[in-house]
Design a protein around this ligand. Structure first.
Ligand code: AMP
Length: 257
């Protein structure tokens, strides 16, 4: 794996690869890689001549009370996983923001409700960093997980509205054997909380067979021990929910007819 830390160097390499007729697949991540990330990486590996993964814990998508400081950063482990998965380039910038950075990408329709209510400014940070990463890496295809459904929708809209020449490819959520959606934040859960968190995928899966899935989930989730409801919404054919288990906020969703 070639590690690049300088955005200008990354952009130069991508330009050269494209001039040479290569296709570039891109998987942006915040690191602490798990099998969900690896599914995106494997898919991108199979479909593109060159595979670029980024690891960047983007400060602008964290709220002031959120977990930016303690977000896991196991770089050596991530590097070994990238090596094993056939990643060509790991783009790992120190920062993507000048001290006087003052330009933001604000999607004004989808970035309301759901996670945007609890995390004001989150999608502004996401949209800005994703557009910046796409401008640096210039991929033909970029891979995202449906685990973050609202994020996928915002990015699809941003790429369409601003004519970004990258195809966005969303892939379905990868889960642990017991059903919990894999997430870097699962590491925060104590063993008891980890068990309590199973209510989220289990009840989501139960809800999609109910006549009123949203109402059913809003009723049943708060009754689960250790679980505090943030939201339940059905949007664009997906039933989406967020809960707190202890201090950890977890999101999940399933396709819902
Ligand atoms: P993150 O490192 O959390 O920013 O995630 C990087 C990418 O991996 C995003 O597109 C996520 O949606 C995706 N992702 C995270 N968890 C999963 C999962 N369990 N299954 C599939 N994709 C995931």
């Amino acid at each position: 794996v070639k590690i690049i830390r300088d955005p200008a160097q990354m952009q130069r390499l991508s330009r050269l690869l494209k001039q040479a007729g290569s296709t570039i697949g891109f998987v942006p991540t915040m690191g602490a890689l798990h099998l969900g990330h690896l599914r995106l990486i494997e898919t991108a590996r199979a479909k593109n001549k060159h595979l670029i993964v980024s690891i960047y814990v983007n400060p602008t998508q964290f709220g002031p009370q959120e977990d930016l400081r303690v977000y896991p950063r196991p770089l050596q482990r991530d590097l070994a996983l990238c090596r094993g998965a056939g990643v060509d380039v790991l783009f790992h910038p120190a920062s993507l923001y000048a001290e006087d950075h003052s330009t933001w990408v604000v999607e004004e329709k989808i970035a309301h409700g759901r996670c945007a209510t609890t995390r004001p400014g989150h999608f502004r940070g996401v949209a800005t960093v994703v557009l910046k990463l796409l401008n640096i890496v210039q991929p033909d295809r970029a891979y995202f997980g449906w685990k973050d459904a609202q994020q996928v929708e915002v990015i699809q809209r941003l790429v369409r509205d601003l004519a970004v020449p990258t195809q966005i490819i969303p892939l379905e959520t990868v889960r642990d054997r017991d059903g919990l959606a894999l997430s870097s934040r699962n590491q925060y859960l104590s063993p008891t909380e980890r068990t309590q968190a199973l209510a989220l995928p289990l009840l989501l899966a139960g809800a999609i067979h109910q006549p009123s899935p949203v109402a059913w989930l809003r009723r049943t989730l708060p009754r689960c021990p250790g679980v505090k409801l943030d939201y339940v919404e059905k949007t664009n054919g997906r039933l989406c929910a967020a809960v707190w288990v202890g201090k950890t906020r977890l999101i999940d969703n399933l396709p819902c007819p």
